[in-house]
Design a protein around this ligand. Structure first.
Ligand code: LLP
Length: 438
C-alpha cells in the first residue's frame, strides 16, 4: 500500500476501495455527509489520551497530582464536557474560554487561569465565576488581583509563573521558558524572588506554589527534568530564606506529537514516571515535602485526535517549476504552516491505493500566496477537482486559531465516538458572518 508509512496514528487506516478511514469511518463518506472543509475529531482518542495522563500521574504522583488540559489547543463546549467527564482540570486563558467551560458545565474550581495580560475586567470576571487558581504572570496582575479579591472578601489561590531559563530549541514562537520570555518571572534575574516576596505579604491571595511552561512540541524528555531541577532548587532557596513551602508544582505542557512519519513517538507514561521519580529523589534529598505535581498538556491530548478534510478545486502544473493543488479551505482554518512552517502529513483520501508520484504544494483558497497548507506533498498525478484531501494531526491549534479571513465561514467540528459521528460545533453560515455587522 503506497501510503502505508504515512498512517501516522492508529486511528488511520485504508479500506479495500482505497479510501482513508479515520476513527473507523470512511472519510470520503464523511466528506459527502458533512461537506468540506470539515474538522473531524476522534472522541475516543481524546479520552484515551486523558486517561494516559491521569493514570500515569495518579500512579506516580498520587491522587494529589493533576492532569490539566490546556484548552487553548481546542476550545469549544464539547471539549470541556469531555474533560469534566474524564476528571481533568483545565487551563483557561481568557473570559471566552472561561465562559465556554462554564456553559459546558465544567467545574471552574478546577480551572487554572493563565495569560500574560489579564485585564482588570478579566480578573473580576474570573473571580465572579469562581475560577480555582490564577497563574499570576506579572506584578500588575498580582496587585490588581489582590485588590479585587479584597473587595470580594476572598483569598484567591494563586501560583506564580516562573521562567526557569531553558532554551528548548523548538521554533521561537512557542519557546517560552527563556529568561527573555514575555511570560512570567525569571528566576535568574531575581524577578521571581521579588514577586514571591510580594505574593507572600499580599493579604488577599494564597500562594499555593509555582508554575513553569518551557515550550511546545517537545520531544526531549530531559527538558522536564531540567526544569524540575531548577524549580526545585528555587523552592528550597525560598524555603530557606522565607520559610515558605510550596504545595504545588506545575510543570506546564509541551509534549510533542507526530506530524510526520519520522517524528518520534513519546511514551508519555514513561516520561511522567521518570519526572516523578526525579522529583521524589529531590524531595527526599532536600527533605522538602513532596508538592502536588501538575502537567498541562494541550497538543498531546487532541492533536492526533483531529483530521481535516478538504475538496480539491484546481490542479495547476507549471512544468519545470511547481504543481499546485488547491483546496476549499486554507490558512483561515489552519494557519500553522503560514505562521510556523509547521509540517503536516497530507493524504489523498479517495486515492490511497495510488502511488504518490506528483510533488505538490497544497494551497488554500485565500487571496494570499502565503496561504499554504503544506509544500512538497507527494500526491497521485491523477488527482483532480472533486477529490478529497486529508490533513492529519489537526486537532490542536487549528480550530482554535481559525479566522474568518476573506470572510470565509469556519468549518464545523464533527466528533466521532464509537464510530458514530455527531456535530460538536456547527459550521458557520454566511449569515453568521454578518451577524454582528451594524
Ligand atoms: N501551559 C501553558 C501555560 C501554555 O502556554 C501552553 C501552550 C500549554 C500549557 C500547552 O502546551 P502544549 O501541550 O499544547 O504544547 N499555537 C502554537 C502552540 C502555542 C502553545 C501555547 N501555549 C502551535 O500551533 O503550535
Amino acid at each position: 500500500m503506497p501510503y502505508e508509512n504515512k498512517l501516522i496514528c492508529d486511528n488511520l487506516s485504508v479500506n479495500d476501495e482505497g479510501h482513508l478511514l479515520f476513527a473507523g469511518l470512511d472519510t470520503t463518506l464523511l466528506a459527502k455527509e458533512y461537506g468540506t472543509p470539515v474538522y473531524l475529531m476522534d472522541e475516543d482518542k481524546i479520552r484515551e489520551k486523558c486517561r494516559i495522563y491521569k493514570n500515569a500521574i495518579s500512579k506516580n504522583l498520587g491522587s494529589e497530582g493533576r492532569a490539566i488540559y490546556a484548552s487553548k489547543a481546542a476550545s469549544f463546549k464539547r471539549m470541556y464536557t469531555i474533560m469534566k467527564e474524564e476528571g481533568m482540570y483545565c487551563d483557561v486563558v481568557s473570559c471566552g474560554e472561561i465562559y465556554t467551560a462554564h456553559k459546558a458545565g465544567f467545574p471552574l474550581e478546577k480551572a487554572f487561569f493563565h495569560s500574560n495580560n489579564k485585564t482588570d475586567n478579566d480578573i473580576k470576571y474570573a473571580l465572579r465565576m469562581g475560577v480555582g487558581y490564577f497563574v499570576v504572570d506579572n506584578k500588575e496582575e498580582l496587585l490588581s488581583l489582590n485588590k479585587a479579591a479584597g473587595k470580594k472578601g476572598i483569598k484567591q489561590k494563586i501560583l506564580l509563573r516562573l521562567t526557569p531559563g531553558i532554551d528548548t530549541h523548538t521554533f521561537e514562537a512557542v519557546d517560552t521558558g527563556k529568561v527573555d520570555s514575555k511570560f512570567g518571572f525569571a528566576i535568574e534575574t531575581g524577578a521571581a524572588e521579588k514577586i514571591t516576596e510580594k505574593a507572600l505579604v499580599s493579604k488577599n491571595v494564597e500562594l499555593i506554589g509555582f508554575h513553569c511552561h518551557v515550550g511546545s512540541q517537545l520531544f526531549d524528555s530531559d527538558v522536564y527534568i531540567r526544569s524540575a531541577k531548577i524549580m526545585f532548587s528555587y523552592m528550597t532557596y525560598i524555603r530557606e530564606k522565607y520559610g515558605y513551602i510550596a504545595r504545588m508544582l506545575d510543570l506546564g505542557g509541551g509534549y510533542g506529537v507526530r506530524y510526520l512519519e519520522n517524528d518520534p513517538v513519546i511514551d508519555i507514561a514513561e516520561n511522567i514516571e521518570a519526572v516523578a521519580n526525579y522529583l521524589k529523589k529531590l524531595s527526599k534529598e532536600n527533605n522538602y515535602p513532596m508538592p502536588s505535581v501538575s502537567f498541562e498538556p494541550g497538543r498531546s491530548i487532541v492533536a492526533d485526535a483531529g483530521l481535516t478534510l478538504y475538496t480539491v478545486g484546481m490542479v495547476k502544473k507549471i512544468p519545470g517549476f511547481i504543481n499546485y493543488v488547491s483546496v476549499d479551505g486554507g490558512m483561515a482554518d489552519n494557519v500553522r504552516y503560514a505562521m510556523y512552517e509547521a509540517p503536516y502529513t497530507v493524504l489523498p483520501a479517495n486515492r490511497m491505493n495510488e502511488r504518490g508520484d506528483m510533488r505538490s504544494t497544497v494551497v488554500g483558497r485565500c487571496c494570499e500566496s502565503g496561504d499554504i497548507i503544506q509544500p512538497g506533498v507527494l500526491l497521485p498525478s491523477g488527482i483532480k477537482r472533486g477529490d478529497i484531501i486529508a490533513v492529519c494531526t489537526t486537532g490542536a491549534y487549528n480550530y482554535s486559531m481559525a479566522s474568518n479571513y476573506n470572510r470565509i465561514p469556519r468549518p464545523p467540528v464533527v466528533m466521532i465516538k464509537d464510530k458514530k459521528p455527531y456535530v460538536a460545533v456547527k459550521g458557520e453560515t454566511l449569515d453568521d458572518l454578518i451577524a454582528l455587522d451594524e
